[in-house]
Design a protein around this ligand. Sequence first.
Ligand code: SMG
Ligand code: MG
Length: 366
Amino acid sequence: MKLTSVELVRASLPLASPFRTSFGTQTVRQVLLVHVTTPESEGWAECVALEDPLYSSEYVDGAAHVLRHHLVPRLAAAQGLTAARVATVLHPVKGHRMAKAGLETAVLDAELRAAGTSFSTHLGGVRDRVPAGVSVGIMDSVPQLLDAVDGYLAEGYVRIKLKIEPGWDYEPVRAVRERFGDILLQTDANTAYTLKDWKLLQRLDAFDLLFHEQPMDEEDVRGHAELAKLLATPICLDESIVSARAAADAIALGACAVVNIKPGRVGGYLEARRIHDVCVANGIPVWCGGMLETGVGRAANAALAALPGFTLPGDVSASSRYYAQDLTAPFVLDDGHLTVPTGPGTGVEVLPDVLASLATSTERLL
Ligand code: SMG
Ligand code: MG
């Protein structure tokens, strides 16, 4: 395959409602799209880096910079390019997995569109629809949280994830469990606790949670193994799992019983599939995380979530949970599920008029 152009398109999408986590509040998503063309087809992908380096070290301006100065030039110079070779070509550049994932996914989309194959088929999907969970942010009050959860359950979401932090944990979790009974419920702390907080987290064992997601620092894998011994509630890792190797190590250490797979965090869908395979081989359930993606990223995530080891509902929610106007035809909830696209590549099209109205810049790199 030969790349004939690579473009970065930036767009600014207001979120349907503010989304507060332990590291800050998102009100607008600064989207970075990677658009490639080849003589046969074109490909689109969404780089999931957030505006600020607060979820992980990557951020959207940094991702654009490394794509412009390091990643795209290497790919442009490569001979005999295929999507499967992208990671090898980019390997000399350390880190920057979200930026690498954006580029690899755009190339994979172009390749699959040319071949007439869907992401789901290519990755090994076994389902035509995937169960949708929803991630619920930190709120100003418990009544406000209960209203939000009530609304999501009424829409049909099959699992609720509550963002927690010290001071917003026991009471909100207790209130949601008491009010809504036997729902699938889990937490996500985005690294807001330390091992010293173990007693506080142990109190949450009373609420029969599916797991706690990433309670402690990204690099504190051994700490998570210690915490796991102290809690009845399983630990799921998100930020710590940056590769299949990291997943294998965390599992061997006993640091997690569940893994959140986000393709952006791990360098792309091909590495995401390897993590899935490592987890399946170790009997570890996985689920697909989310980074407030538009339909561009959501389509590929839905395909990944169709793999057999994805036995827990993902943060793969309907477009309306995020945006009044998505960049693609909206993903809608059908009986608590999203339909996995079946068309070539991601199976969705960027709506040109919508993108034109929301785009803030377009930069041609090749
Ligand atoms: O896409 O539904 C979504 C967001 C899910 O909570 C979510 N993502 O740590 O898992 C996580 C966070 C990271 C992004 S928060 C802005
Ligand atoms: Mg998380």
